[in-house]
Design a protein around this ligand. Structure first.
Ligand code: ATP
Length: 323
């Protein structure tokens, strides 16, 4: 464990710790403590420094812990995964994609903070450092990219089920792959797909789950959002939640690889908050009104227009909103 990770463990209780005390407990110099604290602050962790008293986090924090996640996965009887927990990274999806040649299906990467978190179409995903879940998983499918296009939807369902297993109620899906609570976005997924048309395909799935969003990040989000702390009214054990998400995504990957979108489709439609509802689809150049009839076998949205004609829309450039 790095010195800064050890410092974080000691600061995690949210109490004051003097530089001298931290140095003594870790067997390092005050200068080394200083350097470690500066590094943590550079990753976006808010640390108060009060002369004469020392360092303190504004609130206790529960750092991501690889061993705790693996232990939880083991308890659930899930297969062991290649699992990396990073302090900072540009984006967890990009991190896995850059290592594509060495990846085995089920490789997972989590990070406490992202400097370039992505949503669809290059839009940003914002997360308060050390308080949320930013997680990516890679999976190889025998089929080509077009066949696995619907996988993002199946993964969204897996994410929803993991959140429900954790205790969240009243949540649903918004096409193509957001999890929402009372119209506010709780989690988002981004699927990056690579491969030849005939297959195989490598899918890297990135999930951003709001466990606790701070005011600074919230200010930058231009649509209604919510975090799991508000949904549940309690603090979140991110390591347990991470294990639930990894386990569910893993199951979804295996099922999708063997049987495609079929086993997920009906359940996905049942959990879609706009199923049967009037909506607007917003493309770069137009807004299309209609009623959601469901999704097709490729994960495209089926929309009935005012004349009663059905058309399907692929997620690429489209945002879905209530009418
Ligand atoms: P849309 O929301 O337009 O339907 P989308 O749901 O696919 O598209 P993404 O592109 O996946 O959205 O995510 C990026 C968008 O999500 C950002 O433009 C911003 O509005 C919003 N966003 C960014 N960070 C968060 C967050 N932590 N929680 C909720 N929403 C966020």
């Amino acid at each position: 464990m790095t010195t800064r990770a050890e410092i974080l463990k000691l600061l995690a209780d949210g109490q004051f710790h003097s530089g001298t005390d931290l140095g003594r407990r870790l067997g390092v110099s005050r200068a080394a403590v200083n350097k470690g604290v500066r590094a943590l602050a550079s990753f976006g962790l808010e640390i108060h420094s009060v002369p004469g008293r020392g360092y303190k986090l504004p609130e206790p924090v529960d750092p991501l812990d690889r061993d705790a996640i693996l232990a939880e996965l083991g308890r659930r009887g899930d297969l062991p995964h290649s699992l990396e927990v990073l302090e900072t990274v540009d984006s967890t999806n990009r991190y896995l994609i850059q290592r594509a040649s060495a990846l085995v299906s089920g490789s997972v990467c989590l990070s406490e903070t992202q400097t370039q978190g992505r949503g669809r179409r290059g839009r940003g995903w914002l997360a308060t450092p050390y308080r949320n879940l930013l997680l990516s998983m890679a999976w190889r499918f025998d089929a080509g990219p077009a066949t696995v296009a619907a996988f993002g939807l199946a993964a969204g369902l897996a994410l929803l089920e993991a959140l429900e297993e954790y205790g969240a109620r009243g949540i649903g899906l918004k096409w193509p792959n957001d999890v929402v609570w009372r119209g506010r976005k709780l989690a988002g997924l981004l699927a990056d797909v690579q491969g030849e048309a005939a297959g195989p395909a490598l899918v890297v799935l990135g999930a951003g789950i709001n466990c606790r969003l701070g005011a600074r990040e919230a200010e930058g989000i231009d649509q209604p959002w919510v975090d799991l702390e508000e949904v549940l009214g309690s603090t979140i054990d991110r390591n347990r939640l991470a294990a639930l998400v990894i386990g569910r995504l893993h199951d979804a990957c295996r099922t999708f690889g063997a049987r495609g979108f079929g086993p997920f489709r009906q359940n996905w439609e049942r959990r879609h908050v706009y199923h049967g509802q009037s909506v607007r689809l917003m493309t770069a150049s137009a807004t299309i009104a209609g009623t959601v009839a469901g999704v097709d076998s490729g994960g495209a949205l089926r929309l009935i227009d005012a004349r009663g004609d059905e058309r399907v829309y692929h997620a690429g450039e489209i945002s879905l909103r209530g009418a």
